[in-house]
Design a protein around this ligand. Structure first.
Ligand SMILES: CC(C)(COP(=O)(O)OP(=O)(O)OC[C@H]1O[C@@H](n2cnc3c(N)ncnc32)[C@H](O)[C@@H]1OP(=O)(O)O)[C@@H](O)C(=O)NCCC(=O)NCCS
Length: 167
């Protein structure tokens, strides 16, 4: 269900980036279609440089782009964090859980990471649930971690260790 992101996915992904989707992530969304397509081209370069691994989430039945997920390792390839979003009309169908499971597998099996984390805005219950369902544990709450739409936001830090994933 995860395909390496290509700038040609911009056409199907762009209409899915609504206010509701960007309300609970740090990114505020693109200012135009052209900006978004360019941002995907820039991501392709970052992927080639192994700075980030960016995938388009494909609907498992229709093979159509429905969202985006990335995993960004630190320089020593020890620890990484995950970011994701899915278009509103596809929420609540278990697809976020499948995407987290798939990228966690990729992080441990292909990237040989030791730990993977998710930083979740406090109160984002849907996101908290999908990480919990994949075995991630709450490690703490980081106060005023980021500024979102002019306001400070606290974040839950969720994490999973390689040995926990193997169990
Ligand atoms: C977070 C997100 C990826 C979840 O994707 P999804 O495909 O809807 O997730 P799933 O269907 O796999 O699971 C959602 C779970 O949250 C639960 N849930 C959703 N809203 C809830 C709420 N308000 N209260 C309690 N549980 C809630 C669902 O019941 C489900 O859990 P269950 O399977 O135990 O019933 C999606 O909501 C999204 O893209 N949101 C906007 C961007 C975002 O917040 N990204 C995450 C940044 S860390």
């Amino acid at each position: 269900m995860l395909n390496p992101t290509h700038h040609s996915h911009a056409k199907e992904l762009y209409p899915l980036i609504t206010d509701k989707v960007t309300a609970t992530i740090q990114w505020d969304g693109p200012t135009s279609f052209e900006d978004f397509e360019e941002a995907l081209r820039v991501k392709e370069i970052a992927v080639r440089n192994k700075e980030i691994y960016q995938f388009t989430i494909m609907h498992p039945d229709f093979q159509q782009p429905i969202g985006s997920i990335s995993i960004r390792p630190d320089e020593s390839m020890f620890r990484a964090d995950i970011g994701l979003w899915i278009g509103e009309k596809y929420h609540g169908q278990g697809l976020g859980t499948k995407a987290i499971r798939a990228i966690t597998n990729f992080g441990f099996k292909e990237l040989k990471l030791s730990k993977i984390e998710g930083n979740i805005f406090v109160g984002n219950i849907a996101s908290r649930r999908i990480f919990e369902k994949c075995g991630y544990q709450l490690e703490g709450t980081i106060r005023h971690k980021v500024i979102k739409r002019g306001k400070p936001v606290d974040e839950w830090l969720f994490g999973i260790l390689l040995e926990e994933w193997n169990e």
